[in-house]
Design a protein around this ligand. Structure first.
Ligand SMILES: Nc1nc2c(ncn2[C@@H]2O[C@H](COP(=O)(O)OP(=O)(O)O)[C@@H](O)[C@H]2O)c(=O)[nH]1
Ligand SMILES: [Mg+2]
Length: 324
């Protein structure tokens, strides 16, 4: 099961206390107490691993190290070590007490501070003045931030699989990834968008788009928000359909009603189950779809070669993604 919502208690490190000390040599009095080190910060860091929130189900309390006490000879105490929490790209960090969003992790490698360590206190060296040449003053280190956080994963899929039910969307997702989608020969088996990860790409399989979906028929429309931010759509039509072009247009209509922007996304048109029909029929379908200016990719999940064609496209998309 994908963990996409967890609560975590976070405590940044406390600052180290300042120190009081004096020079030992008889003729040279004077303060030498150093400052305490700063407490460690806590950061989140984006990684390409949808499962990265899972570890927080068992690891609910995160603390960064405290700063060390100041030292004689005006040496500062060591800073506490920072903690870097790896979270999936797409994670939103809420501060539950302040009821606000404190971080949104949008890119792999991105690091965002979510709890700041306390500052180290000053040692007595810092309090010296012409009037007071042997101060005994010092400061305690400050407490680090205490954050009651919620990590919520808002998945940004790179590719959305769309099409009528039963056109092979889940089958291809299974074939490409290890998502454990149910595959069956009837509509509506996939009850939630399945997400697959193919190397760096996140693929969302949007189930159940049917005519009338934008009016609440079927299940698909509920899931369309998952593809509002995707970069590319793979639009599937079945070669077995009597009217592939009409199927295509039906889905486009529903998309457009939900959100016009979806129609502007780059799209690959995939004609699935090519093994089920004659070459002659495939040719007809190709002509029909190319007439509306679409590049068509034929696919059979039973044929390695056509899976390879899909992988070539995916690899290009991975390259594009890397380039940003
Ligand atoms: N012959 C053949 N059957 C396929 C192919 N792709 C999918 N299927 C079958 O079509 C049915 C529906 O597939 P599914 O992936 O669940 O469709 P979805 O509703 O679009 O996700 C399943 O029985 C699959 O085994 C294909 O390329 N060739
Ligand atoms: Mg499906």
């Amino acid at each position: 099961m994908l963990v996409d919502d967890v609560k975590v208690n976070i405590k940044a490190g406390k600052g180290g206390d300042g120190t009081v000390s004096f020079k030992r040599a008889k003729m040279e009095l004077g303060p030498t107490g150093g400052n305490g080190g700063d407490g460690g910060n806590v950061y989140v860091k984006g990684v390409v691993d949808l499962g990265a929130l899972k570890k927080f189900r068992f690891k609910k309390d995160i603390r960064a190290e405290s700063g060390k006490r100041g030292l004689p000879d005006n040496r500062s105490g060591e800073n506490g070590k920072d903690v870097l929490l790896e979270v999936p790209v797409g994670t939103v960090v809420h501060d539950l007490e302040r009821d606000m969003i404190i971080a949104e992790v949008n890119r792999a490698g991105e690091e965002i501070l979510i709890a700041k360590g306390g500052k180290g206190g000053r040692g007595n060296f810092q309090f010296r003045s012409s009037r007071n040449t042997s101060p005994k003053e010092f400061e305690y280190g400050k407490e680090g931030d205490l954050v009651s956080a919620r990590f919520e994963l808002k998945i940004i899929a790179d590719i959305g699989f769309i099409g009528l039910p039963n056109v092979g969307k889940s089958s291809l997702l299974n074939e490409l990834t290890n998502a454990e989608t149910k595959v069956a020969n009837y509509p509506f088996t996939t009850l939630e968008p399945s997400l697959g990860v193919y190397y760096e790409l996140v693929i969302a399989d949007i189930p159940g788009l049917i005519k009338g979906a934008s009016f609440g028929k079927g299940l698909g429309i509920k899931f369309l928000r998952h593809i509002e931010r995707t970069k590319v759509l793979f639009h599937f039509v079945s070669a077995q359909s009597a009217e592939p072009l009409r199927d295509y247009e039906t889905v486009r209509e529903e998309l457009g009603r939900h959100c016009k922007k979806l129609l502007e996304k780059p799209e690959y048109l995939i004609v699935s189950k090519k093994d089920e029909v004659s070459r002659k029929r495939l040719f007809q379908i190709k002509e029909e779809l190319e007439a509306i200016g679409k590049k068509v990719i034929f696919l059979s999940i039973l044929e390695e070669e056509s899976i390879r064609d899909v992988k070539i496209i995916l690899n290009e998309l991975i390259e594009d993604k890397k380039k940003g």
